[in-house]
Design a protein around this ligand. Structure first.
Ligand code: FES
Length: 182
């Protein structure tokens, strides 16, 4: 069922990209602007999306992939509901940012740049986020967490679990209210 939903989500995305492509000249120089426009609209570049772009520009899919992977502005997986960014700028790297990243990867069973299969979490590395005095830094759902330590990771996920439980309870309560009112 979930797979069906994902499939139709991908189809919808591809249709929207097909509709968007004619806005761009069929010219190799348009490759990056096209990829940026797709990412802005859909938050990531899927393999099929890149194949469509390759067909449109009459270049090979591997050329599109090569350009997209060269720039680290592009993501290749849909972002998770919770986005975890680990700073690997110089100050954070020196302060052990890579260990923080490894711990998140291990906890979630995914690599940097990926999203968990349930789409709850994505992890990525970012360049300096501008608060080096707090190194090492992670940004979780736009909240900056300074002096990050592997031992803080478990607590973070406990908070997410709690949040999810509360959301479920609230939804169940709203459903019960709606049924009582009908
Ligand atoms: S290097 Fe991480 S905040 Fe500057």
């Amino acid at each position: 069922m979930k797979d069906d939903a994902r499939l139709s989500e991908e189809e919808t995305m591809l249709r929207s990209i097909e509709a968007m492509l004619p806005r761009f000249e069929k010219n190799r120089a348009q490759l990056i602007p096209i990829l940026q426009a797709i990412q802005e609209e859909h938050q990531y570049l899927s393999r099929e999306a890149m194949r469509l772009v390759a067909d449109y520009l009459e270049i090979s899919p591997s050329e599109v992939l090569g350009v997209a992977t060269f720039y680290n502005q592009f993501r290749f997986h849909p972002p998770g509901r919770h986005q975890i960014k680990v700073c690997l700028g110089t100050a954070c790297h020196v302060a052990g940012g890579d260990i923080i990243l490894e711990n998140f990867e291990r906890k979630l069973g995914i690599r940097e740049g990926e999203t968990t299969p349930d789409r709850e979490y994505s992890v990525e590395r970012v360049a300096c986020v501008g608060c080096c005095a707090l190194a090492p830094v992670a940004v979780v759902d736009d909240k900056v967490i300074g002096h990050m330590q592997p031992s803080k990771i478990e607590g973070l996920f406990l908070q997410f679990d709690l949040q999810r439980e509360q959301e479920k309870a609230r939804e169940a309560g709203e459903e019960a209210d709606a049924q009582a009112g009908s």
